[in-house]
Design a protein around this ligand. Structure first.
Ligand code: WT7
Length: 658
């Protein structure tokens, strides 16, 4: 870092933005919550559970940790998550309130009230029952980001069938792996969705996924969105609208145990096989609603809240479906990309729907920065009163830009750290309480105990770096990995026995703020999407021309990290490539192959064909050195390489453009 850059970094770190007195006076989150949680953590959570969630039967015990790390929260309690998200608001007389302002990418709008949702989830629940679904059966959801996707998730919750949503950008291959792992009996999909200015087919991907071999899937429900031509398997495929139409309009929600599985969501770990993260009902709903209320500061009567994440990710689960709907909030849900049909689309939506709270990702913010402030400046963004960030570290420059350009230099910005595994926000400023520090997620929320520890698991001194851990169980924590209890124990609870290791590095500053630096394992974060190096490597080596592959994440100005792959070709492929000089074509072919195996989010930004990979004497690939190459840095220590000349070869090959 140059001296000047170092200076700015220090300056930036010291800037502090306390909430305005007006904001603090009206805020949901208060210092009092920290005090009460500090006095009695479990009593605090019991209070939140009874405040935010309607229970059919009250719980008897707050936490059962006797089978740690498998937690049971709000033991003995019974509830229905769909009832909490929908019916209760209709019963409370606010059924006319808009639950969703749906904005389709081509420009179509639909306002869906809580009463409309009530009709939809009851019919959908009955449609699922008509297809033979029962509590405990699993359902895969592969849908456009629309209110129907929300209704599909809630209908599953209503009948106690855990859903597993697969992001619409994943490939047939990736979808199939998830369907098989979860043993889905039903897939709910759409004919297609609108993305990047064109219809994009979904149903053919489902058909491809189900085409080969025995499957647990008995039926496929298809929501009509794009009306494009699609294939149809008689007896297996059914139109969603016809099934709902034919179904009984009333459905009594059943009360399920607090620990009844609500959903399984797949995320990348350090191996090639994605992990099915299991969340259950009572604790999850409590923490999702509580954090949405105090961190996003939602006032359901007046706010228009917009979380830009797709429902295919955990952010969509907790902060579009379960949190805000449990609160009875009014939201915007948008189907498409931020640059369709123009780069001001987000701001046009904010202006049109008078959005007051916006929750998005640093990668999006950095993209908007790159496009220039004159784009948002063409729109009236004065309705915004709070901004949130999630998914990866936000650099101070992006934080300041977000607050200045989007927030008019006025709004609090909450940088929220959490994970698919944590289910809900864990570390964040509380907007009416905390003086915000750009670039730092700052402090654990009331009721959560997180620390930065050293190699031995001891809390680090202020001013030092270490590993981020959570030392006490929390209500929305994962209850395990679907079908693999051992991987749950090994992956999260063994690095520091008895405490949860998140996989992130962090630093504690002189004021006690936590700065999360990112993953320290082989998990990459590309535009806030989580991918493992191993899964991209195995996609590459499944290509006939590839003998070996090593993948690293290189830092990237816009996407945070970018995927960089080093591949060794099979001998016959090398000869062929030399003959026809097809270097660029081969790289394109490999990138498309990865998209086909996983999805386009996993396409490497760069693929370098090399003759050898740097390995230690024990055969371990030294990714550190590859990262140096990918980031155009001078090579670090090469003395542990089995063959030190390998790096010369790689560097020479790259310099010559080979
Ligand atoms: C990983 C979890 C949380 C929902 C979306 C991502 C990184 C997340 C932050 C933040 C720094 C962050 C971490 C974490 N991360 N939020 N505010 N500051 N890093 O969920 O896909 O499960 O990824 O995202 O590295 O471990 P996920």
């Amino acid at each position: 870092m140059s001296e000047q850059a170092a200076d700015t970094a220090v300056l930036v770190e010291e800037r502090s933005f306390p909430p305005s007195p007006e904001f603090a006076a009206a805020a949901n989150g208060t210092q009092d919550l920290f005090d009460r949680a500090g006095e009695d953590r479990l009593a605090f959570w019991a209070e939140q559970a009874r405040r935010y969630v309607k229970w059919d039967k009250d719980f008897e015990e707050v936490l059962d940790w006797s089978d740690a790390p498998f937690a049971k929260w709000f033991v003995g309690g019974k509830l229905n998550a769909c009832y909490n998200a929908v019916d209760r608001h209709v019963e409370a007389g606010i059924g006319d309130r808009v639950a969703f302002h749906f904005v389709g990418e081509p420009g179509d709008h639909e306002a869906v009230t809580y009463a409309d949702m009530h009709v939809r989830v009851q019919r959908a629940a009955n449609a699922l029952i008509d297809l033979g679904l029962r509590a405990g059966d699993t359902v895969a959801i592969y849908m456009p980001n629309t209110p129907d996707a929300v209704a599909a998730m809630l209908a599953c919750a209503r009948i106690g069938a855990p859903h597993s949503v697969v992001f619409g950008g994943f490939s047939a291959e990736a979808l199939r792996t998830r369907i098989d792992d979860v043993g889905a009996k039903l897939v709910i999909t759409g004919d297609g969705l609108y993305r990047k200015g064109a219809p994009y087919a979904l149903k053919p991907v489902v058909d491809e996924a189900l085409a080969s071999g025995e499957t647990t899937v008995e039926n496929v429900l298809v929501v009509q969105r794009t009306k494009q031509e699609i294939g149809w398997v008689e007896g297996r495929d059914h139109w969603w609208h016809e099934a709902l139409e034919a179904a009984d309009p009333t459905h009594e929600p059943e009360a399920f145990d607090s620990e009844h599985p609500l959903y399984i969501l797949y995320t990348s770990g350090t191996t090639g096989k994605p992990k099915g993260i299991l969340h259950t009902t009572g604790g999850y709903l409590t923490q999702a609603a509580f954090t949405n209320h105090v961190v996003h500061d939602i006032h359901p009567e007046t706010d228009v809240y917009w979380c830009t994440a797709d429902i295919g990710w955990v952010t969509g689960h907790s902060y579009t479906v379960y949190g805000p709907m449990t609160l009875g909030a009014t939201q915007v849900i948008y189907e498409g990309t931020p640059d369709q049909p123009h780069k001001g689309r987000f701001w046009e939506i904010v202006q049109e729907h008078k959005v007051t709270i916006l929750y998005t990702a640093p990668t999006a913010i950095r993209t908007f920065m790159k496009w220039g402030r004159d784009i948002p400046e063409q729109f009236d963004l004065s309705s915004l009163r709070l901004l949130g960030s999630v998914g990866e570290p936000i650099n101070p420059e992006a934080w300041i830009w977000y607050r200045d350009v989007i927030g008019g230099g006025q709004t609090p910005v909450v940088d929220t750290w959490w994970q698919t595994e944590t289910g809900a926000i864990m570390i964040t400023p509380i907007p009416g309480v905390t003086a915000a520090r750009p670039g730092s997620a700052q402090h654990p929320i009331p009721g959560v105990s997180a620390l930065v520890v050293d190699d031995e698991g001891r809390p680090v001194e202020r001013g030092s770096a270490g590993y981020l851990v959570v030392t006490e169980p929390w209500p929305s924590m994962l209850r395990g990995i679907w079908g693999d209890p051992q991987r749950f124990k090994d992956g999260y609870w063994s690095r520091f026995p008895g405490i949860y290791f998140a996989g992130d590095g962090a630093r504690l500053d002189e004021d006690g703020n936590i700065w999360i630096s990112g993953r320290i394992d082989d998990v990459m974060n590309v535009s806030g999407h989580r991918l493992s190096t191993a899964e991209v490597e195995s996609a590459l080596v499944s290509h006939a021309k590839v003998a070996e592959a090593a993948v690293v994440a290189a830092s990237d100005e816009v996407t945070g990290q970018a995927i960089c792959a080093f591949v060794i070709l099979r001998q016959d492929a090398v000869e062929e490539a030399d003959e026809v000089g097809e270097g660029a074509e081969l790289v394109a072919e490999l990138r498309n192959h990865v998209a086909h195996e996983i999805g386009s989010i996993a396409k490497p930004k760069k693929i370098m064909v090399v003759a050898e990979l740097p390995k230690t004497r024990s055969g371990k690939i030294m990714r550190r050195l590859l990262r140096d190459v990918a980031e155009h840095r001078e090579l670090g220590d090469v003395t542990t390489l089995a063959d030190a000349s390998v790096m010369n070869l790689i560097s020479a090959g790259i310099a010559s453009g080979k």
